[in-house]
Design a protein around this ligand. Sequence first.
Ligand code: COI
Length: 369
Amino acid sequence: MTIPLTDVTPLLWQVTPNPEPTSVEEREKILTDPGFGEHFTDHMIDICWSAQGGWHRPRVSPYGPIQLEPSAAVLHYAQEVFEGLKAYRHADGSIWTFRPESNGRRMQRSAHRLALPELPVEYFVESLRRLIALDGDWVPSAPETSLYLRPFMFAKEAFLGVRPANKVAFYLIASPAGAYFKGGIAPVSIWLSDQFSRAGVGGTGSAKTGGNYAASLLPQSEAYEHGCAQVLFLDSNEGKYLEELGGMNVVLVYSDGTLVTPASDSILEGVTLDSILQLARDRGHRVEQRPVSLDEWKAGVASGDIVEAFACGTAAVVTPIAQLKGRDFSIGAADAPAGELTMSLRQELTDIQYGRADDKHGWLTRLDS
Ligand code: COI
């Protein structure tokens, strides 16, 4: 879908080009090996919200520090949500993004849970187009690279009482990205957290809010200590059912081709997950979203019924899981090869995202025209 580059909102945008943008040489050097989340483009977007004035003063400005009062509510009570999506360069040079309305709607659901205002999806998509209008040259063209787009919103009101803030800011920044994991798309080992939960029933687990990621960091460090790239959480009630990894969803593949992924009110609804499941259904695979126990995974691997596992998310795309390690067990082997279905679904998804295959579901939106 393409949206013309005219205002789709009644907001009047203030655009201040960066007077000292990154040099072409420096930018090209960064784009040849961007890593993940290390470098930022020359501009950023912000839109203010106040209880009295609603959304106002949308701006594109040079990327740089944000001025905040030390008493800004987000610094104390973590009233914050964020999103993650990517801009892809196609072979003809054009720039596209993937299902941005889904991210925009998810940000609204997250905002609702965090008592933040809901940014209209049109503003969300327009902000992506506005940033690309200035920073389009930052979208890399090497295989499997992209420009990671990070919209976020936080309580900026200077107030220490615990109540929803009356002043909020929405921002969008962008960062050129290669593979999320250091080993590229090589299969990863993951660590089962048996001591900590990511989220509880009725909590904020289904919202994309910083607090959930903060809660994952200590167990994530434990994962690193055990040579694992990600941590897997179980449900907080019984410690029995799979939830999600620190920053991505998890899928198991049965030998008959069935894909099984946890259903739970406390995990994030993944846009990449939803897309992969749709592509699998299109191929005639059975897809089950239901509670999945750790015992099911262990027994399935032991019997040979579960043959593949993978992680998926915007940053991770689709990453094969070689091994699950716990304090007193392990499933699979660190050097296990990537699953065949895993890799072919990854290929199909990225072929669509990079314009190499027919976008049969209408998932792409052009950002640069
Ligand atoms: C994403 O996949 O976009 C995420 O938000 C995961 C992580 C980088 C926080």
